[in-house]
Design a protein around this ligand. Structure first.
Ligand SMILES: [Mg+2]
Length: 384
């Protein structure tokens, strides 16, 4: 995807919503609840049209697409207070704090350029410790004549950093943002926040799946030093439920028996985590705790908002365990999802992932989670 000759940069300009913050979840939650009042339903289709836009532009799209009996200004005055209440709940995108800390520790100047208003930016940043102070310059959509996709906001950000636009790397989640960065003659890495949209990002210099996949050294910036033996430690997260398919498709087609987990009720937690290959520990209440490697991905049978999770327990079971309660502690990341030219190369890669996970889980920073109480508790204990 990346072009062969990259310009090296010395500064980074970051977008906020969708890039550093998982704003899309809040937007769809608020709109879902709000549109019901007007007898209509949020179907997510407008998400693509509003991503990266100013609040006014986004509100205009919503009024038109849903035929609301409101003017754009009326919608904004109704919905802005609802959003303001939710900003404290916006989660950082996986890898966002890691990236900000890394650049700050290496003294790389950073700016923040968002189509959101300066006031809103400050409020959103205030919920994330250490973020605001990390930026030498912050600029909002209300401080420019033309918001993104115009290059103005990025050119002003470069000026604010006192550098030439050509020495800036932009990191963006939306097509208008990428267009703005390129129009400002900057290098642009796209991290699409909406799934399956990579075709809209062809003008970006590189498209990555999540901030976890950023390789700053490709742009002449200091490399991350937290990868260990092909794995990236992550803040552990937990998910569990009944096994809905013991030895199914994975076993028959690939020779890889995945224990598929019912994702009912888990779409929120899954939407927070980028698709890709992860690993950790798996607990089966009556059997024990096992090493596990798993993929998170978009199931074509579901709508774009549903992700699935396919854990592979690294143990030879001699029977199925459909319906049993499976608990997962996900502790590390291996790689983003990839396309493979053949089934053989896919299977080879999955076995390589298995090897990486098995070895890594012996390391103290991962092995300590084997004893996590979550893996051993029964569903009754959990709910009490
Ligand atoms: Mg954005």
């Amino acid at each position: 995807m990346a072009k062969p000759f990259r310009k090296l940069v010395s500064c980074v300009i970051l977008d906020l919503d969708g890039t550093l913050l998982n704003t899309d979840d809040i937007v769809s939650n608020v709109l879902s609840a709000f549109l019901v009042k007007y007898g209509t339903q949020w179907d997510g289709k407008a998400a693509q049209k509003i991503v990266g836009r100013t609040p006014y532009e986004a509100a205009t799209v919503i009024v038109e697409d849903y035929g609301l009996p409101l003017s754009t200004d009326e919608l904004l005055s109704e919905i802005t207070p609802i959003f303001s209440e939710k900003w404290c709940n916006i989660k950082a995108q996986p890898g966002a704090s890691r990236l900000i800390n890394h650049l700050r520790c290496h003294g790389i100047p950073m700016a923040l350029a968002s189509n959101s208003s300066k006031e809103n930016i400050e409020t959103k940043l205030s919920y994330h410790q250490g973020w605001k102070e990390s930026f030498s310059f912050i600029i909002g959509g209300d401080q420019v004549t033309s918001p993104k996709p115009s290059p103005e906001i990025y050119l002003k950000a470069a000026k604010g950093l006192k550098v030439d636009p050509s020495s800036c790397l932009v990191i963006e989640d939306s097509p208008p943002g990428v267009t703005a960065g390129k129009a400002a003659s900057m290098e642009v890495v796209a991290v699409p926040s909406l799934p399956k949209q990579s075709h809209l990002f062809t003008s970006a210099d590189e498209v990555i799946n999540s901030l976890l996949d950023l390789q700053p050294e490709k742009w002449g910036l200091p490399a991350f030093e937290d990868w260990i033996e092909g794995t990236l430690p992550i803040e552990p997260w937990y998910i569990g439920g009944p096994v809905i398919k013991g030895f199914g498709r994975g076993s028959k087609v690939l020779g890889i028996p995945t224990a598929n987990l019912s994702i009912e009720g888990y779409s929120a937690i899954l939407s927070e985590h980028p698709s890709g290959v992860y690993f950790g520990w798996a607990g089966l209440a009556t059997r024990g705790v096992y090493k596990m490697v798993m993929s998170i991905g978009w199931n074509p049978y579901f709508s774009n908002t549903e992700k699935t999770i396919e854990p592979w327990l690294l143990h030879d079971f001699n029977e199925d365990f459909y319906g049993e309660d499976l608990r997962l502690a996900i502790v590390g990341y291996i790689r983003q999802e990839a396309n493979f030219p053949s089934l053989e190369s896919l299977v080879a890669k999955i076995h390589e992932d298995r090897q990486i996970a098995e070895t890594a889980l012996e390391l103290p920073q991962y092995s300590k989670y084997r004893d996590d109480q979550y893996l051993k508790s029964s569903p009754q204990q959990q709910s009490s």
